[in-house]
Design a protein around this ligand. Structure first.
Ligand code: 0O2
Length: 221
């Protein structure tokens, strides 16, 4: 393998680009499956509920470039559109989100470009999610190409909220009536409360399990 290409030099065709982004989705997907399996093996528990992945449609890529004032070229698309390959990881608990993000970021072949923590700093709308832009090396026959993937990590409840909000925004083409915005914001607060309560319940159950384990050596058969 001769070199690692960070700027996609020589990657000039749409087909090669899509091959790279699809491969990057497979790479990150496999990493996540391994982490989930290992977690199950060590802790008898799956932090990941499910994973969705997608390649952005050509229309959405062109729209994003246009919105930002760039011409629709392969070079601009690779340079300025960070979410051509996107993976969404849905977890049960907020603590799982940080655990998974940390485990991914520590992997030696993953390069983290940026992190947006909309859980610690929610958007004004109430949107919560943890976003990472990373790259993984894709090994082709004669070189490797670092390929970007956008990773969104959120709880089931955050995902439920984001899906509805997305649907509402789409329906009203971004001009959402104030009372709906207000109600959505209230729902976002309920989602945060629900996530916090579910996590503390889970912690309590775990502690109770640990106590039982601790007592086991003293139980006379
Ligand atoms: P789509 O159609 O979902 O792909 P960047 O991607 O980093 O260059 P941006 O927009 O600053 O640009 O990134 P950010 O804030 O991390 O958002 C990226 C994606 O997160 C969005 O992609 C949405 O999928 C999701 N997202 C961000 N904010 C919201 C929100 O307020 N509500 C909902 N429901 N989803 C959100 P796109 O490209 O906007 O759209």
């Amino acid at each position: 393998m001769e070199k690692t290409d960070h700027n996609y030099e020589g990657v000039d065709s749409w087909k090669t680009i899509i091959l790279l982004y699809n491969s990057a989705l497979k790479e990150v997907g496999t990493k996540l499956e391994i982490l989930n399996d290992e977690f199950q093996h060590v802790h008898q528990y799956n932090p990941i509920e499910h994973i969705k992945s997608r390649i952005k449609t050509p229309e959405s890529i062109v729209k994003k470039l246009k919105k930002r004032g760039y011409e629709s070229t392969i070079e601009n698309m690779v340079r300025y559109v960070n979410d051509i390959a996107g993976i969404r990881i849905i977890c049960s608990f907020t603590s799982d989100i940080y655990r998974i993000a940390d485990m991914l970021a520590k992997q030696s072949d993953i390069r983290v470009y940026s992190i947006k923590d909309y859980i610690k700093n929610p958007k004004d709308s109430g949107y919560k999610s943890y976003h990472m832009i990373v790259s993984v090396p894709i090994f082709l026959s004669d070189r490797s190409v670092d390929t970007k993937v956008e990773i969104q990590i959120r709880t089931v409840a955050m995902d439920f909220w984001a899906s509805l909000e997305h649907k509402i925004n789409y329906k009203y083409e971004g001009v959402v009536p104030e009372h709906i915005k207000r109600e959505l914001f209230e729902c976002a607060e309920m989602v945060s409360d629900l996530d916090a309560k579910m996590m503390s319940l889970n912690e309590e159950i775990k502690e109770a399990d640990d106590d039982v384990t601790d007592l086991s050596p003293f139980i006379v058969p």
